[in-house]
Design a protein around this ligand. Sequence first.
Ligand code: ATP
Length: 324
Amino acid sequence: MNSTLSILLKAFPHPVSGEQIAMSNGLSRTAVWKQIQSLQKLGLKIEGKQNSGYRLLEWPDLLLPEIMAYYRRGQLGHPVYWQHELASTNTTAKELARQGAAHGTLVVSESQTAGRGRRGRSWLSPPSEGIFASLILRPAIPTRRVPLLTLATGVALAEALQSFGLREAWLKWPNDIWVGTRKLAGILSEFSGELDAMDFVVVGMGINMHQTEFPPEIAHSATSFLQETGQRINRAQLLSRALAELERVLPLLEQTDVTPLFAAWQKHDRLLGQEVCVFETVGTHYIGRALGLDESGALRVALPDGTERLVLAGDVSIRLPNHT
Ligand code: ATP
């Protein structure tokens, strides 16, 4: 941890003398100077004046542990493992979990070079434009409830996005946040353990925040918080809020009756009542009407012949008018 940063954040926008910083964190003046230099290298705007000391010129929009700690006191999100760039936060989180990282540990990076979605699909993760975070959880739930964890994280994210002014944050079963018909965020849960004894779950989140444009292959299907609201909000603040919401929702999963979680999901369910097209295995699909979740977290779909099918895993798209 860079203790100098914590002090500058608390004092923001006022300066703190080098001497005061050195005294507060028990470092030499030279060590403080070194910490300032490393922060400046990361892009933080810090002014140093001989008579007043050091001052943050603007509130940093990075996911650094000190900034996360400024916003977050709860159990989820402690400790924070930060890297400027990672191949995939989920991959690193799984490695740390295997080495024994505690429940609540958060892995974040400013960009990913090999961000992943479901079934090995890639998740575009440009530097400092999105939130790339993976949470290590060791919840007291049976393995069959892992899909519910993805749903709970979706609910937490939707609530957090709404609290920052994104009214139209919808959940698209099983793992996406949509605005209209565009994807703003995706969730990827991966677990390790036996059927009845779970070791850990890593819940990854990729959230588009400041992008103003996307590459052609997803330009029609992706959106960002900035594009939707015109607001460039602090990423650490939003992520902290999402963790706080998840901390509130998580206990619902540990109860025998998970109806309250489903009720929370239903409030944001983008597919409910919609005509959908379900692709379960390559090359085959069927059409039906989405009816919400069953108790395992699967999607219930009413078929035209009056029967019902459960979608456990698969791609579901909304069937727009004019489609055959
Ligand atoms: P679908 O997109 O059909 O709902 P999915 O929910 O399984 O599938 P994921 O596996 O969660 O999708 O995400 C990977 C897909 O999302 C990629 O194949 C790509 O189409 C799209 N994608 C990749 N990066 C982004 C991004 N930053 N924002 C929005 N969409 C993205």
